[in-house]
Design a protein around this ligand. Sequence first.
Ligand SMILES: [Zn+2]
Length: 330
Amino acid sequence: MGDANWADIVGQSQLTDNLKNALKHKKVSHAYLIQGERLSGKKMTAGIFARALQCEADDDRPCNRCRSCRQALNGNHPDIAYITHEKANTISVDNIRQQINGDIAIKPYSGPYKIYIMDEAEKMNVQAQNALLKTLEEPPAYAVILLLATRAEAMLPTILSRCVLLNMKTVPEDVIKRYLMEKVQVPDYRAGICASFARGNVGRAAALAGNETFDHMKSAVLDMMKSVAGMEINQVAAEVKRITEEKFDTNDYLDLCFTWFRDVLLYKACRDKRHMIFKEEAAEISRAAQRYSYEGIERIIRSVERARSRLEANVNFDLTMELMFLEMKA
Ligand SMILES: [Zn+2]
């Protein structure tokens, strides 16, 4: 999505309105902190805002066509800098001094602004944050610093107090589904599953839609859900082993189990497959709805949640998963 524009930032109107108003009324702050989880669209948003600030068009910025926009899209705009760091987990004081503090006094080369974009800003250590603070206290009029972070609380309060804080919100499932179908051309059934597993994160939904590992895991979970009731203990143990061997994402795996039984419960209650996530499995789900009692299904759903909290608490993986599957057998 190189030439993305405001309309591509799905379900974040509060954030985009804020930035568009700043553009329109020329009331741009010197520092912004965009907070949101991985894949939630922080980088895309920062890129669009940076292009809009530098764009040569009179309105509807970014135009994504003018010289400035094209330079930005090609990653060689002289007045848009992406902060880099050589150590994977730290942005050091030297990174800040060399790339921001030592550079910011030089006037913009061609655009009206000089923009610095720092992804994973929470990786700045305390010295780096203090160095950045010096610049934030007295920035040149043309400077705009965009900090992107998954956790704003990792930042010094003195930094936060000088930034406009913008949060990427959780996007409703139906909005994500529509986006996948209309913009990414994902078919209905698949879009529904990916939207439901994205936990409000559009980028994650799009990644799932194009992810063969997720598909592979989904089939594995569905096979397991269909056969677990008749399995021997050693077969259950073999499945647990497979989850480890194939390096399935455990949270996603549990989500898929949870969704299966939620479908079973819904079908048992209203005999209607319209609300099912796994519509293609309607026949198996209706069979399961006959096999399990309400009580049993509720107990299983609780056992999936229990497995999740046990794993978060680092309880033994094999044991936790086996106990959950045994609950499904009972
Ligand atoms: Zn432009």
